[in-house]
Design a protein around this ligand. Sequence first.
Ligand code: ZN
Length: 194
Amino acid sequence: MVPQVMLDPGHGGDDPGATGVDGLLEKDLNLAVALKVRAHLGRRPFFDCALTRQADVSVDLLKRSEMANADPANVLFVSIHHNGATDPRACGSEIFYQNRSPDSAAFAAILERQLAAKVNLPWRRTVFRLNAAGTADYYSVLRNTRCPSVIAEVGFVTCPDEAPVLRENWFQELVALAIADSVEQWMHHVWRGA
Ligand SMILES: [Zn+2]
């Protein structure tokens, strides 16, 4: 079986995600980057690529995990997001990975290096985040997806320095290339087959 990565463009449809400078919508950036990642990965023969949404449509959070869990070929889940904050000084990239998943943490570390090398926004943190009870991952897609999973928050749509570049095609291409190269590295060096 050819291993598969599931790309998950966050939000969509009636859920815009964060709204930023000049009406920039997180959901549009997430989808644009995910489609570019798929274009890069489509040229690499070792693994397949699927998406939880391919258009501006609503997809339930649990459904996103179920799509990955339902396919035995799926070995990695990458949720693509952009951040928003009321404080315009909040800027930079961050990654959340699954608690107690060394392969998830390994992908997060690879992706941090790739984003730093190709994109180089200020780095905020690469962490896992637990729910209030401290018993499970805080984020639904990390908690409910069985394979190694991360959420990449590329940058802040509310940051005046970042929003203008986040919407640029050339910048989205660099982000997509960083994600695609990370997937390839992880497949070759971390994932050991099933
Ligand atoms: Zn989001």
